[in-house]
Design a protein around this ligand. Sequence first.
Ligand code: ZN
Length: 237
Amino acid sequence: MTLIIVMGGLVSSFLYALTQSDSISFLTRRSRCDTCSKHLKVTDLIPVISYIKNRGRCSYCRAAISVNYLMVEILTIILFILPLIVPPSYDNMLLYYLLVSILIPLSVYDFDTLLIPTHMLILLFVCGLFLTGLEFMDTGVDLMSVIILHIFYILFKDKIGYGDIQLFSILTMITPFDFFIFTFLFTYIIGGISVIILDLFETPRITKVPLVPFIAASLFTTFYLYADFIDIYYGGF
Ligand SMILES: [Zn+2]
C-alpha cells in the first residue's frame, strides 16, 4: 500500500513534468524551480509532502508553485490505491495503471491550457499497444471508429479539439471495442451535463471545453461499471 502511494506520487510528478515539456529537458525540469532555476533539494521533491511543507512555494525564492503539481499528485495517488480497496469490474490492471499515469497529468494540463501535447499521445499509444500486446487491435473495427471520429470532428470542429479526436482514436486501439463505446458515450453524457450546469452560472458562455478530464473520468467509471454496462448493453433489460 505504502509502495503504491509512493509510486503514484513519483510517477505523477515525473509525467506531469513530461507533459509540460516540449523537449527532453523535462529530465531536469522537475528538479529546478521554474522561477529562479535553482536546483531543488531532494526534500523539495517529495510528492505532496514537499508542497505542503513549503506552503506551495519554492524554498529558495518563495515564488508560488502551480497548484497543478499537487492536484496531479493527489489524484494519481487516490486512483493508484482505489483498486486495492475496491477492485474494478474490468480488471486489466496494466491498462488501468497506464491510463491513470498518463491521463491524470494530461487532464490537468488540458484543463489549464486547452492543449494536448502530441508526445504524450504518442507515449500512450506506444505503451498501450505494447502492454496490451495488440490484443484489442481490430483493424476493420478500429479503422471505422477512427473514420467516424474524424467525421465527428469535421462536423463539430469549433466544439472539439483535434487532440481529443487523436486521444479517442488511440483509445479505440488499446481497449476492447465495447469498453471504448461506453467510454465515448459516457464522456458526452458527463461532459454535456457539466457544461449545462456550468453555463447556468457562468457568463460568457463556454465555447471550448477541455475534454480530457471528462474522457479520463469516463474511462475510470467504465473500469468500475464495465460488467453493468455489458449487462444492459447485451439485453439485461
Ligand atoms: Zn525558486
